[in-house]
Design a protein around this ligand. Structure first.
Ligand code: A2R
Length: 313
């Protein structure tokens, strides 16, 4: 079995590649932009690829001939999608189209997982919690729209060309190695900097009341693998723990692990008044199909994130 992971150098790609290798799957990965962190001991065959270039996409597919494609390559930040909506659409929509078209034109038939986001649901009313796959889509940023377009293209290619595609909506995932533009990593990195005396012992925070469904990235990649094995062609699955925590809990847990005395201050620039108060995943469909459940408890995940920053600052 051979799997191609686009965006293997990203946060999720590193964990997914490790997991697939442990399952004795031959892993190929495409890298972009950053220095290639993989070397031969990682057992991954890597190719540089700009997903926006269809000729490059075809070249990689011809060479690799994957049984599975995990399409992770993306402009993955909602915040950056406001600053650069064109780039977001180019990478997330055209990039996905390049992948689907290339597979079709080459006449190969790998199983493809298109990784979307809970951002596609957008503003969810508390009475619609937990969010299942039938929830109306009310995107509130360009990134969310790009991922909706991706899912719709996926569905269309299944119907029109009978391609073997599965769509995923992943809820917030966290873990060691995530960029500090995401909340848990942001807090943990600051705490590690405070512990080392690099910055003043003050932590600036945004809205602490919003509740989000946080899942450990190591559980997320296990769900992707299960869906690649057992998902129904053309179906769409939520991936998330099913439990939501207030951001306040993330903060309090991290503060309880450090010995540093830290002052917490509100930063009005980090407040997003349009945020949905609560987002929680209905993962019934995933659970019924695969028996998946999250194995990591959030307190352990947060400790691992803080330890990561302690080691990497
Ligand atoms: O921007 P970079 O240098 O970090 O590279 C990212 C890569 N990427 C691309 N690959 C090929 N062609 C492009 N034009 C292109 N632009 C960006 O995709 C990065 O290595 C990878 C995405 O990784 P992360 O940003 O770390 O996202 P994460 O958290 O691993 O999420 C995986 C998937 C994404 O589709 C998200 O939208 C979704 O899960 O939630």
């Amino acid at each position: 079995m051979k799997a191609l992971i686009t965006g293997v150098n990203g946060f999720v790609g590193k964990y997914l590649s490790d997991y697939l290798i442990k399952k004795s799957i031959e892993v190929w990965g495409t890298t972009y932009g950053v220095e290639n962190i993989f070397n031969e001991t990682n057992d991954i065959i890597t190719r540089e690829l700009d997903i926006a270039d269809i000729q490059e996409v075809k070249k990689v597919l011809v060479e690799c001939k994957p049984d599975y494609i995990f399409h992770l390559a993306a402009q993955s930040s909602a915040a950056i999608s406001w600053k650069n909506p064109q780039l977001t659409m180019q990478v997330n929509i055209n990039g996905t189209l390049n992948l689907l078209q290339s597979v079709r034109e080459l006449g190969i038939n790998p199983r493809i997982l298109l990784i979307g986001s809970s951002e596609e649901y957008g503003f969810v009313r508390p009475e619609d919690i937990p969010v299942n796959e039938m929830q109306a889509l009310k995107p509130s940023n360009p990134y969310a729209i790009s991922k909706i377009a991706q899912s719709m293209m996926g569905e269309l290619y299944v119907k029109a060309y009978d391609m073997d595609i599965i769509m995923v909506r992943a809820f917030n995932h966290i873990g060691p190695g995530q960029s500090s533009i995401f909340v848990a990593s942001d807090f943990a990195k600051k705490i590690a900097e405070i512990e080392k005396g690099i910055v003043q012992p003050i932590l600036m925070v945004g809205n602490l009341e919003a509740r989000r469904d946080f899942t450990d990235v190591r559980d997320i990649v296990r769900a992707y693998y299960e869906l690649a094995k057992k998902g129904e062609q053309g179906d769409l699955y939520n991936v998330g723990s099913g439990v939501s925590y207030p951001i306040q809990y993330i903060l309090d847990t991290l503060l309880s692990i450090t010995n540093s005395k830290i002052q917490v201050c509100e930063d009005f620039n980090k407040m997003r008044p349009s945020d949905a108060p609560i987002i929680e995943c209905d993962n019934t469909k995933l659970k019924n199909l695969t028996g998946w459940y999250p194995r990591y408890v959030i307190e352990d995940t947060l400790r691992d994130i803080l330890d990561f920053w302690r080691d990497n600052i």
